[in-house]
Design a protein around this ligand. Structure first.
Ligand SMILES: CCCCCCCCCCCCC/C=C/C(=O)SCCNC(=O)CCNC(=O)[C@H](O)C(C)(C)COP(=O)(O)OP(=O)(O)OC[C@H]1O[C@@H](n2cnc3c(N)ncnc32)[C@H](O)[C@@H]1OP(=O)(O)O
Length: 242
């Protein structure tokens, strides 16, 4: 092994340099990512407000923002990658459940079933997601830049107390509204007999998805309550590994 006289081995120095480059790269990427996502959700907020002010109705609002919503919500899959490669200190499972449930709501419910796109519950979860994401991504951005205004920190770790249940209510009511259309159309379902000899009923899949909120939502909510105690009140929280 090669030794230097001052700071330990040459290999250690090389490893430290690699870590520094990696963390500088990771910080640069995360800053870019969070700015882009804040901007994306701000564009969505403005588009929704403009639509409502101009048309005075929620009818057609989802259609008008669908492409932007699908793009930014799907892009959030990158966050699962951030956790998996360890550039953010967050659980892959917690982030995975959160992101996948949102993508499921966008692609496999709201986007697939036109008849429910004008439901009040769709507007409810859209407004809640938008407020949440503008706050969350601007929190991460300012935090990375070491200039975090207290009101953003406060909003990040307090608004969810009300917004999370409201968002979940909007999502569950939307899936509930979709059920009759799914049953009638038989969409995404496979009935026997077929050449694969497999049967799948999307209607029951949606009922299972709704029931899965019962064990999953409290876990996400209590995770956020723990984060709140850690960040706002400085409590040391020992979390279990994935
Ligand atoms: C496949 C079909 C499934 C169908 C069935 C589904 C059932 C699902 C049931 C559950 C349903 C949930 C539905 C969701 C609804 C809504 O979203 S409603 C809107 C309100 N929601 C919220 O307020 C919650 C928003 N979500 C989140 O906050 C996250 O997704 C999270 C994963 C829950 C957050 O957790 P976590 O990341 O652990 O918290 P933080 O405190 O924010 O971060 C921890 C540390 O990581 C750093 N970090 C994280 N991300 C980034 C980033 N992008 N950039 C930079 N840094 C990041 C963060 O700064 C923290 O760092 P430290 O302070 O150093 O620890």
């Amino acid at each position: 092994m090669a030794y230097s006289e001052e700071d330990g081995t040459v290999e250690e120095k090389e490893n430290n340099n690699k870590k520094k480059t990696k963390s500088a790269l990771a910080t640069a990427w995360l800053t870019f990512y969070n700015i882009a996502m804040t901007a994306g959700w701000l564009v969505l907020a403005m588009a929704m407000m403009r639509f409502y002010i101009q048309k005075g109705t929620r009818k057609g609002l989802y259609r008008s923002i669908a492409r932007t919503l699908k793009f930014f919500q799907t892009f959030a899959l990158v966050e699962v990658g951030h956790c998996a490669i360890g550039i953010v200190r967050t659980s892959v499972i917690v982030t995975g459940v959160q992101v996948c449930s949102r993508i499921f709501m966008v692609w496999f419910i709201t986007n697939s079933i036109r008849q429910i796109q004008n439901e009040e519950s769709v507007i409810l979860f859209l407004v809640v997601w938008t407020i949440t994401e503008i706050t969350r991504y601007s929190y991460y951005t300012f935090n990375l830049l070491h200039h975090l205004p207290y009101f953003i920190k406060w909003a990040r770790y307090n608004l969810f107390i009300v917004l999370y249940p409201l968002g979940v209510a909007g999502e569950l009511l939307t899936i509930y509204a979709a059920l009759p259309f799914v049953r009638r159309s038989g969409m995404y379902s496979m009935r026997l007999p077929n050449k694969y000899n497999v049967s799948f009923d999307y209607y029951y899949c949606l009922i299972i998805a709704m029931l899965s909120y019962i064990p999953l939502f409290p876990q996400l909510y209590f995770h956020m309550l723990r984060q709140r105690r850690r960040v706002l009140h400085g409590e040391v929280i020992v979390e279990k590994d994935d």
